[in-house]
Design a binder for this molecule. Structure first.
Ligand code: ADP
Ligand code: MG
Length: 666
């Protein structure tokens, strides 16, 4: 137990010290992670209710959430199905009409109400004849000393936990705000036009005008963003202070012959990005750069050029990929590109370690090697000599911690992270604010058109005919089934297996193969190799091919149950086609019966621009879904909204830079 003296910081006062908070209540608050006064002050209301006026019951609209008020004229519990189902109902009357409020299978609700009670109700009527709401939020009006706190004003409604009444919580927050909000310190100089943090907290819990609520949210969100930006900028500063870069900008000795042998010319965008990278690799501090480029923009060859620069400068390079399939693909591409230049390429995945033994080789002077691998590169036994450059492909599939871990394999190596998920700016600044950004904003010329079609499942026979036509012209196709969740893995694999059999029959004599996460690495590799060699014309698969896979002759992608994917993910998937000179077609089959789901998919039919797709996805599904559940770098924000707060994030970035530039006392 801590000592009984009050802590120096009033905000650190444990909740149990507050008048009216006994052990039972303290325990309940703890379940909400509310342990100190400071925690309480930041307990964000779920919503606010304007209790200065109520919607008369007669004016309630079906399906529209509204606040109303009435007296209980009758109440009771009914049971059905031999007592297994029950419904508790109260009937309210406000003089204009009656309202039935029902709770299913919560018979104990009866205890909280009595005929004659004056009750506030918030909910959506599900019908108007009779006027009925199921499971509305309610609060019985009590005319005690605190009564005015809960009526005739804008009232916060807080998240609760079992046993905690809303009225009690509101009373507590009211007292705590009055007694402690003034003591909330200002984390940085208050920007003009904004309330102080203390005022924002007061407005959050005791708003006088409806506008106050958003003003308070924005101010508190700004503080959250400033904190994140400060942490990022400090991390970068510390890194720069400690780290002197290894010169890695190369000699051009290998580069020239590499570019000459390449079967294509770099695009203007690729060249521009390479110039930025070369400047970084020769600068005083190690490079920390994010390379963004839409699917198929040609990031791999840029990575190869960066690797060459480091290798020319006598440093080894590590390239990390999120999947075995992608690592294998890169291994074969980079061997094709770099081995003729006398550069060794090694592959390290969970299942395979392909390392030629240099010690037994003749002692001719050799270039340092390139290591390609998956998470296996993070393991301890991977200890490259003289690591000059770390490249991480599909960066959004890794967390910041993994990135740092790979960097620690060298002495401040340069870092290039790449991503095809176009990150909307708000997210980019928040997740990658410590990185410089290069963008490949141009696709290589001569690509065929990629069109996306949204179809309902009953068109499958037509789609199959279409695929046959494409195969007959020598093209190849992917057929994709929804992401297989761990717990549903078996079912998902079955779907792939069963559908593969069906497609074999439907598409004979074309050859159909199956590829999914449950296959052993060697099997995956041989299926992928067969598809690449066009020994298989059709690949039935899951999202294992989502990132990176590059087979230019594949021009058709059929995605089943497309409504189950996020837009950004579908965009990534369709990025597997449209990589050659032939026109490509992505067909999204959806059984979604809601117009919203259909509208959502139509975004893809309307644009091939990954940024637009990502923006739409961010708004529709939020940052967690956009980045995928593998993303571990997402901050926990209470007030900030990464989908909408771009202006605040930018302001926070500027404020953080100011703070760092002018070290203030305190
Ligand atoms: P991503 O940016 O999605 O990683 P890749 O690097 O896999 O894209 O490139 C897609 C395809 O485009 C590859 O087959 C690659 O060889 C090819 N490519 C890259 N740059 C060019 C270019 N400048 N001209 C023509 N083809 C290119
Ligand atoms: Mg790629």
């Amino acid at each position: 137990m801590p000592t009984a003296t009050a802590p120096a910081d009033p905000l650190a006062t444990p909740v149990a010290r507050l008048p009216g908070v006994g052990p039972e209540r303290a325990f309940q608050l703890d379940r909400l992670e509310l342990r100190t006064v400071g925690d309480l002050l930041l307990h964000r209301p779920r919503r606010h209710e304007d209790r200065r006026q109520f919607r008369p019951i007669a004016q309630l609209e079906k399906g529209e959430a509204a606040l109303t008020r009435g007296r209980i004229v009758a109440q009771g519990v009914k049971r059905f199905a031999r007592g297994r189902t029950s419904v508790f109902e109260i009937i309210l009357d406000d003089g204009s009409a009656r309202l039935h409020c029902r709770w299913w299978n919560l018979p104990f609700m009866e205890r909280y109400f009595a005929v004659g009670d004056d009750v506030l109700v918030f909910g959506k009527p599900l019908s108007l004849r009779p006027r009925t709401m199921d499971h509305p939020e309610t609060e019985v009006v009590v005319n005690d000393a605190e009564g005015q706190l809960h009526l005739n004003r804008i009232v916060p409604v807080y998240p609760l936990t079992e046993g905690l009444p809303q009225r009690w919580m509101r009373g507590l927050l009211w007292r705590v705000t009055h007694n402690f909000a003034a003591g909330v310190p200002e984390p940085q100089p208050t920007p003009p036009g904004l309330p102080s943090r203390a005022d924002a907290i007061r407005l959050l819990h005791l708003p006088e005008r409806l506008e106050d609520i958003e003003i308070a949210r924005q101010r508190l969100a700004l503080d959250e963003f400033v904190e994140l930006q400060l942490a990022m900028q400090k991390r970068r500063r510390a890194w720069e202070a400690r780290a002197t870069a290894l010169p890695c900008s190369g000699t051009n000795l290998l580069m020239r012959s590499f570019l000459e042998r390449l079967p294509f010319k770099l695009t203007t965008a690729q060249t521009k990005v390479l110039r930025e990278i070369r400047a970084d690799l020769g600068a005083r501090h190690p490079m920390r750069r994010l390379l963004q480029g839409d699917v198929g923009a040609g990031k791999t060859v840029v990575a190869a050029c960066a690797a060459l620069m480091a290798i020319e400068s006598g440093r080894s390079v590590a390239l990390m990929d999120p999947t075995d399939i992608l690592a294998e693909q890169h291994y074969s591409t980079f061997r094709r590109w770099l081995e003729p230049l006398g550069i060794e390429v090694h592959l390290l995945t969970g299942s395979r370690k392909t390392t030629s033994n240099r010690k037994t080789k003749p002692s001719q002077p050799q270039s340092p090697p390139l290591f390609i691998g998956t998470h296996a590169l993070l393991e301890e036994n991977f200890a490259p000599e003289n690591l000059g450059l770390v490249i991480i492909d599909e960066q959004h599939k890794f967390g910041v911690a993994q990135r740092e871990r790979l960097l620690r394999k060298g002495r401040y190596p340069h870092l290039l992270v790449m991503t095809a998920t176009p990150i909307p700016r708000t997210l980019g600044l928040t997740l990658y604010g410590d990185l410089d950004v290069s963008v490949i904003d141009q696709l290589p010329a001569g690509r065929g058109r990629l069109r996306t079609h949204v179809r309902t499942a009953d068109t499958v026979p037509k789609v199959i005919t279409f695929i046959r036509e494409q195969l007959a012209q020598g093209r190849q196709a992917y057929v994709v089934y929804p992401r297989v969740d761990d717990e549903k893995l078996a079912a998902g694999v079955k779907a792939v297996t069963v559908e593969t059999e069906k497609l074999r029959t439907a598409l004979a004599p074309f050859r159909v193969g199956a590829l999914h996460g449950r296959l052993k690495a060697a099997e995956k590799e041989s299926v992928m190799a067969a598809f690449r060699a066009n020994e298989l014309q059709v690949l039935v698969t899951t999202t294992v091919i989502e990132v990176g896979v590059d087979v230019a002759n594949a021009t058709v992608m059929l995605i089943e149950n497309a409504e189950q994917f996020g837009l950004a993910q579908l965009h990534q998937l369709r990025g597997r086609i449209g990589r050659g000179t032939h026109d490509s077609h992505c067909i999204l089959l959806s059984n979604a019966d809601t117009p919203e789901a259909h509208e959502r998919l139509k975004v893809l039919a309307e644009t091939n621009d990954g940024f637009k797709v990502a923006e739409a996805d961010l708004l529709l599904r939020g940052p967690g879904e956009l980045l995928g559940r593998d993303q571990s770098g997402l901050p926990n924000l209470r007030f900030g909204d990464l989908a909408r707060d771009l202006a605040l994030v930018e302001q926070a970035r500027a404020l953080a830079s100011q703070c760092i530039a002018t070290p203030t006392p305190v």
